[in-house]
Design a protein around this ligand. Structure first.
Ligand SMILES: O=C(O)Cc1cc(O)ccc1O
Ligand SMILES: [Fe+2]
Length: 451
């Protein structure tokens, strides 16, 4: 099933890169998916028959505690050519730029921060080597908080696979199409789409075409509760990201021979182990723990059709709740193409100070609160209680505008919003991408009080 062909491009914005996706998927979010690459490989009526089907080994992957409530419980049964315990000894692997948890030695100024698109500092990097942590909070061992990384990669992972025991990974591609091979099968993901790789699932990321440009994007590594669809409350039973638009892979296994290198992130450290065959050897699987992708063009955006600018929580695609109701470990929020029709309203985001900490990125186009300075591939950070809002240009434009219905088009910004303060890494604070003059975009907002 190719869902791209179903997008109505008259009303929905096409992504800048449009490689066609010929892969097959199963639809739904957190379904009891079932798939087999070879007939007879998926047992019927039981999970672990005395003899695995077709000589396959049975292996269970639990993404939540066995006793997690039913609506949160995630696990998948895999039928594979070898169990994943077949491996040698692990040895340490170095990835010094991929950091875990807040770095308490970094002094974070309580002011708005912004970064230009990061430059490619290593043109020999795959997805793992090309990862750079830009901010983090919480702790992987405490199962709370997130890290935000950017990746810039020029080469395929090829015979290298990766397992993250510290959290799930929400990938937001910004440039170039990815082919993601996982234990559950393959997904193709391009800018405008997002993908979630659950904690513990082996995967690798390869560029789809050689465009001469590296693949680039943002990642939210989530140490906390798994991302899920938000409650809809009075919105009702439909809207925002609809579950049926999420796509899980179908079972597929690799026949490649030769050595694999498996890299495992475990408690903030990296380890490597040689494998004598591909870890992508699952012939059939069933369960509700699976990577899924989602095309944000399917997002049913809701906004004000009377007056005022609503809170951006109406744009929540996914939420990772914390123990405090309504106060997320992390929300993933998008600012997609949409109509603005509010009457007698300052339409861009208001000036504000927020309890929650806001990390923003831009996939393409312009963000209405910051028409200049905030570039695709760059980022901004407005931490807990840090004042921010529309820049001078946006303010001038919005207060002068004639309030006709207006389409914000050709744009996709997003926000990782967390209850925990984001601590930028040394890499982010000391690199040349940090915008030293960001605060100046507000300096012309003079006192114009008419007494
Ligand atoms: O600060 C930002 O640009 C993000 C944001 C957008 C919005 O529409 C309302 C509040 C908010 O924090
Ligand atoms: Fe904000």
């Amino acid at each position: 099933m190719n869902h791209h062909s179903q997008i109505d491009t008259r009303t929905r914005q096409a992504a800048p890169s449009t490689a066609t996706d010929e892969l097959e998927y199963q639809s739904g979010f957190g379904n009891e998916y079932a798939s087999q690459a070879v007939a007879g490989a998926l047992p019927q009526g039981r999970n672990s028959p005395q003899h695995g089907p077709r000589g396959l080994y049975t292996e269970l992957l639990s993404g939540t505690a066995f006793t997690a409530p039913r609506h949160e419980n995630r696990r998948t049964w895999m039928y594979r050519r070898q169990p994943s315990v077949v491996a040698g000894h692990y040895e340490p692997f170095e990835q010094p730029y991929w950091q875990t948890g807040a770095d308490s030695t970094v002094a974070v100024p309580p002011e708005p921060l912004r970064w230009a698109p990061w430059s490619n500092d290593n043109s020999q990097a795959d997805f793992i080597d090309g990862m750079r942590t830009v901010a983090a909070n919480g702790s992987a061992d405490a199962q709370s908080g997130v890290a935000i990384h950017i990746y810039i990669a020029d080469r395929p992972m090829s015979q290298r696979a990766f397992v993250n025991a510290d959290g799930e990974m929400l990938i937001v591609p910004q440039q170039g199409t990815l082919l993601i091979t996982t234990e559950m099968g393959r997904l193709q993901v391009q800018p405008r789409e997002i993908v979630i790789i659950p904690r513990g699932v082996a995967f690798k990321v390869d560029p789809v075409q050689d465009t001469g440009q590296p693949i680039r994007g943002y990642i939210c590594e989530n140490y906390g509760a798994q991302f899920r669809l938000p409650e809809l409350g009075p919105i009702g039973s439909n809207g925002l990201a609809n579950a049926r638009d999420f796509l899980a892979p179908v079972a597929a296994f690799e026949d490649t021979t030769g050595e694999y290198e498996l890299i495992r992130k475990f408690g903030g450290r990296f380890w490597r182990v040689p494998l004598h065959s591909s870890p992508f050897n699952v012939v059939a699987w069933h369960g509700n723990l699976s990577p899924v992708k989602y095309d944000t063009a399917h997002f049913m955006t809701i906004g004000s059709i009377s007056y005022d600018h609503p809170d951006p929580s109406i744009f929540t695609v996914l939420t990772s709740p914390s123990d405090t109701p309504g106060t997320a470990n992390c929300d993933f929020v998008i600012f997609p193409p949409r109509w603005l029709v509010m009457e007698d309203t300052f339409r861009p985001p208001w000036f504000h100070r927020n309890f929650m900490s806001e990390f923003m990125g831009l996939v393409y186009g312009q963000y209405d609160a910051k028409p200049g300075g905030f570039k695709p591939g760059g980022a901004s950070l407005h931490n807990c209680m840090v004042p921010h809002g529309p820049d001078e240009e946006s303010y001038a434009r919005a207060t002068a505008a004639e309030l006709r219905p207006q389409k914000l088009d050709n744009t996709l910004a997003f926000m990782f919003e967390s209850r925990f303060r984001f601590v930028p890494t040394r890499f982010a604070m000391q690199g040349p991408e940090l915008d030293k003059n960001y605060i100046d975009c507000w300096k012309g907002l003079k006192d114009q009080f008419e007494r």
